[in-house]
Design a protein around this ligand. Structure first.
Ligand code: ADP
Ligand code: MG
Length: 236
């Protein structure tokens, strides 16, 4: 395994913009953004979350974290309108800027696609979310030429996969997306529907900060997603 960590990436460059974005609500953008930032900080690098979504879940998470005096501080900045300039500015100060975005706004989507080093799109395997993922993929595909590498590092991760569901449901979802979206990258690792994710949100914690006796499986799944997603980072 290559030592692909953010520290490794940031030795090459001090800019890393990681977007968790999807046009559908409830796919796990905010839990992933906050857990990602907390995990980056756990690894010894610096991170900030930029909450561009009017639902303000990441900002709310930060308020809970503050009120419970949880350390380390995971800063969350709200930027609902035209977030790109603020993100570029923050990227000069932090190792990682994690952007939580509800991407229904195509102007915002285009700006973020241009500057992101990694775009993680969480989706459930439900048909509505999959159809929405196809639309997001098509939008992203239109913006590839705007990215500095000519290709936006865009990965899909299945979230809220049921432990009790027949495993063919995830396989079917994978096949559907691969058929509809040529060249789509879907992570092999996935995240299952587990209470620990809701608890992390309620407690203002990243999932990797949860007590391992309660969240061992979630932490393990998240670690796999974190490592695998970073392999697709544009600077890796
Ligand atoms: N893997 C999961 N297991 C259980 N609950 C989850 C999981 N992922 C997300 N959730 C819960 O689903 C809700 C929506 O997640 P959230 O990250 O806010 O979605 P989004 O930002 O995409 O709208 C939250 O209550 C969150 O705790
Ligand atoms: Mg959200």
């Amino acid at each position: 395994m290559l030592p692909i960590t953010l520290e490794f990436i940031n030795r090459k460059s001090n800019m890393s913009v990681i977007v968790t974005g999807h046009e559908k609500g409830g796919t796990g953008k905010s839990v992933l953004a906050t857990s990602f930032a907390a995990r980056v900080i756990q690894s010894g690098a610096t991170a900030v979350v930029v909450d561009t979504d009017a639902t303000a879940t990441s900002a709310g998470w930060n308020a809970i974290r503050d009120s419970r005096n949880i350390l380390p501080v995971v800063p969350v900045v709200q930027q609902l309108v035209n977030p790109a300039p603020a993100i570029i500015e923050l990227a000069t100060k932090y190792d990682a800027v994690v952007v939580d975005v509800g991407a229904r706004d195509y102007a915002k989507l285009r700006d973020l696609a241009r500057i992101c080093d990694l775009w993680i799109a969480p989706t459930t395997v439900g048909q509505g979310d999959l159809t929405s993922t196809v639309r997001l993929f098509e939008a992203i595909s239109e913006f590839h030429a705007l990215h500095k590498n000519g290709k936006i590092p865009f990965v899909v991760v299945f979230n809220r996969v049921s432990s009790t569901w027949n495993s063919s449901e995830e396989l079917d979802a994978r096949e559907f997306l691969e058929q509809m979206c040529q060249g789509i990258v879907i992570l092999k690792s996935h995240i299952k529907e587990r209470k620990a994710w809701r608890d992390a949100g309620r407690l203002g914690l990243g999932v990797s900060e949860m007590p391992s006796r309660e969240a061992a499986k979630s932490i393990e799944e998240f670690e796999s997603v974190y490592d695998e997603a970073l392999l697709h980072h544009s600077k890796s």
